[in-house]
Design a protein around this ligand. Structure first.
Ligand SMILES: C[S@@+](CC[C@H](N)C(=O)[O-])C[C@H]1O[C@@H](n2cnc3c(N)ncnc32)[C@H](O)[C@@H]1O
Length: 277
């Protein structure tokens, strides 16, 4: 990814919800407030092209057809983003019910989860990590929404700084407290070595029984996507089959506790949940 540039994929994921909201019964299925907040964050970001006219366009029903073209290259990805937001929010809520007191979202982009849930769970601390340029663009929207007292944004390149060091500098992060970590749409931007390194780092800063919910790209889709993502300077670098995950994470401090995800409705990324051992 180009240094100093707001993540184009993060912007694209966020704006896709304005269109998905027009399709079938997605308006009822997407988490409450996600679509409206995504729009406000995008507008506040000041990112070129993300203006009120484009937002109006994104809400036109015929835009759904454009995403059908995208789905030819990335089958199922348009609705896959919606499924993934529902899945991740469900995992976060369940973890909080079971005692998690910290939520850490890595590569948060313009995701609205922390901003929406922080006011609902004042006893939980929410943290978001992203590249400085993307964090700064999102911070403008967070200022307008009102920064929840129990939410922190951390601007850092995870390729440059070890996560455990970053979190050890966070006054509010407690290593001994059960946590829920999230990495949605992040791992494919890292190499295999970096992903495994990040898992080790995540284990080093979280307590046993913490959980890590993540998505991972599936190698069979990669060739064309690598080409496409290279065009917007955010090349996909990694992919692993769901069935291979238990071995892939072995030795990192995590154990896969979710079933093999071979659901094509999830698009070209699949979901997994790991537990800290
Ligand atoms: C495809 S976007 C996903 C955004 C968000 N998680 C979502 O699902 O809506 C990937 C995000 O990962 C972030 N990212 C990629 N590489 C990163 C790194 N080395 N350090 C921190 N953030 C990174 C990008 O800035 C971007 O916001």
């Amino acid at each position: 990814m180009k240094q100093g540039r707001v993540s184009q994929t993060a912007l694209k994921v966020a704006i896709s919800f304005l269109t998905l909201n027009q399709k079938d019964d997605w308006a009822k299925r997407l988490p409450d407030g996600l679509v409206e907040m995504s729009e406000r964050l995008l507008l506040a970001s000041g990112s070129p092209g993300y203006n009120p006219s484009i937002m109006r366009l994104a809400k036109k029903r015929w835009m759904i057809h454009l995403y059908r073209v995208q789905d030819l290259m990335m089958p199922g990805q348009f609705e896959g983003f919606g499924h993934r937001k529902i899945f991740v929010q469900g995992q976060v809520e369940a973890a909080i019910e079971h005692g998690a007191r910290q939520v850490l979202v890595l590569g948060a982009g313009f995701d609205t989860l922390c901003l929406r849930l922080a006011p609902l769970y004042p006893h939980v601390q929410f943290f978001e990590v992203d590249h400085p340029a993307t964090s700064a663009a999102k911070a403008k929207g967070i200022d307008l929404e009102g920064q929840p007292a129990n939410m922190r944004q951390i601007a850092v390149d995870l390729g440059e700084q070890p996560l455990s060091k970053v979190m050890s500098q966070e006054e509010r992060w407690e290593q001994s407290v059960p946590s829920l970590l999230v990495a949605e749409g992040l791992f494919q931007y890292l190499t295999d070595e970096e992903v495994r390194g990040l898992l080790v780092e995540a284990a080093a800063c979280s307590a046993p029984s913490s959980r890590f919910v993540f998505t991972h790209s599936v190698p069979r889709y990669n060739k064309l996507i690598v080409l496409l993502t290279a065009l917007i300077a955010e090349r996909w670098k990694y992919g692993v089959n769901s069935a291979d995950l238990p071995e892939y994470v072995s030795g990192t401090g995590w154990k896969i506790i979710s079933d093999v995800d071979d659901d094509p409705a999830h698009g070209v990324e699949r979901y997994a949940v790991a537990e800290r051992r």
